[in-house]
Design a protein around this ligand. Structure first.
Ligand code: SAH
Length: 411
């Protein structure tokens, strides 16, 4: 269904585009769907999760001490927490049959108390000769989410979801088009990784490089805006990096949190003492375009988001990534590459690199990726300003599993 989308904002002026090139300026109006708007006509932003029933509490929602407390409440010794944690975080099992270190009497009840099933697999799709798998999960309340598992030489990356849907309303992203259903719980986020580890161990992700394979890298680039679900995402990060058996014992630098640019939350993240890799979805260096492309830009402008990203680098020493989906005639003009380079260099050198991503098509949209020659020029101009730049290899397009394509429908 196509609906014309009258926008109160002034169109991006052609004069600016003409400064660098004669190419046209396409405006980011929604195509093939109607963007939810406020009464004032601005794109709707949903920061708060709708108040709906939360999933049952799971062991992965708690730290080790809290797990011990919970077991005491159940009339059991606290040391059982360590045993249960080892089964889950090191053996990726919730099967009572395999927990022979626990007394047989009451074992099944204990396991069902501590490990209520959270993710029910609906579908598993493969592509890239088996090196990419997209999982579709149903949550306890029927909400659907996806995660995408990708094998690369020397690493295995899982792209996780942090919310069912997303409230940030970016018109070029399939998840944004659907709105926010609810925040995911910490354990629902963590269980995606444990489930992926199980699949890898079962040999489902193509030929193994070695026997002890598992997810080595996590990117919060599935469904949802991770910083809008701050508390639960922080707890999930702890489960990822805390040493076994409290958590998975992964390296923080191999975990990437990607955001549309919730500035106060970026600043909070920098103070967490969790030096994860930070990525900012910028997609335009000028407020005029970004106001329409990334609705949250009406709240926090390009310069505020870049300042927060730079401060993240200063506090953590971790080099920041800037994501930039290249959309034909919309944000791929040479002057924008120059302006982006200028804005990044104004803040310093060596603190950032840019990841252009060819736009992945979403249903109903007429927007397309930039032409290869334009993409190449954009990259070269940016590099000429001294900013390192690498085109992202996006996986899973054939199964709608690539960036911005996760919409979690059953058919
Ligand atoms: N909400 C977070 C993470 C989710 S998306 C964020 O916005 O950063 C991960 C990345 O995919 C983001 O940079 C997002 O802007 C990008 N993306 C969204 N839709 C896309 C599309 N259709 N093609 C390419 N990249 C897209």
């Amino acid at each position: 269904m196509t609906s014309p989308n009258p926008s109160p904002e002034a169109p991006v002026r052609a004069s600016k585009a003409a400064a660098g090139t004669a190419r046209p300026q396409v405006r980011p109006t929604a195509e093939g769907w109607e963007q939810a708007r406020t009464v004032e006509g601005r794109p709707l932003l949903q920061f708060a999760s709708p108040r709906v029933k939360q999933p049952p509490v799971h062991l992965a929602d708690m730290g080790l001490a809290e797990r011990g407390e919970k077991l005491k409440e159940l009339g059991l010794p606290a040391f059982r927490a360590k045993q249960l944690s080892t089964h889950y975080f090191q053996h990726w099992t919730v099967d009572p049959e395999r927990m022979s270190d626990l007394p047989k009497a009451g074992r099944e009840e204990l396991v069902s108390q501590m490990f209520p099933p959270l993710l029910t697999e609906v579908r598993r799709q493969r592509t890239d000769k088996g090196d990419t798998i997209k999982f579709l999960w149903r949550l306890f309340d029927g909400a659907l989410v996806e995660s995408v598992l990708m094998r690369y030489p020397g690493r295995i990356t899982l792209c996780v979801s942090s919310q069912a849907g997303c409230g940030m309303n970016c018109p070029f992203c399939a998840t944004g088009q659907a709105g926010l259903t609810r925040n995911m719980s910490t354990a629902e986020i963590v269980d995606q990784v444990v489930a992926a580890n199980r699949a890898i161990a079962a040999g489902e992700l193509g030929p193994k490089e070695h026997d002890d394979e598992r997810v080595t890298n996590i990117v919060f680039m599935g469904m949802g805006e991770p910083l809008a679900n701050y508390k639960r995402v922080m707890a999930a990060l702890h489960r990822f990096v805390d040493p076994a058996p409290e958590g998975l014992g992964m390296s923080a630098r191999n975990i990437t949190v990607s955001t549309v640019g919730l500035v106060p939350a970026i600043r909070k993240l920098a103070d967490e003492d969790l030096p994860v890799t930070f990525a900012l979805s910028l997609h335009a260096p000028d407020d005029e375009l970004r106001d329409e492309l990334i609705p949250v830009n009406n709240r926090w402008k390009v310069d505020e988001a870049l300042d927060a990203a730079y401060d993240y680098y200063r506090k953590t020493g971790r080099r920041v990534s800037i994501e930039y989906a290249l959309i034909k005639d919309m944000n791929d003009h040479p002057w924008r590459a120059d302006l982006l380079g200028k804005k990044l260099n104004q803040r310093g050198r060596g603190w950032v690199h840019v990841n252009p991503i060819p736009l992945n098509p979403t249903p109903g949209s007429i927007w397309t990726a930039s032409d290869k020659a334009v993409e190449q020029e954009f990259i070269e101009r940016l590099r000429a300003t001294g900013v390192p730049c690498t085109l992202r290899d996006t996986r899973g397009k054939e199964i709608d599993g690539a960036c911005g394509q996760l919409a979690a429908a059953e058919d």
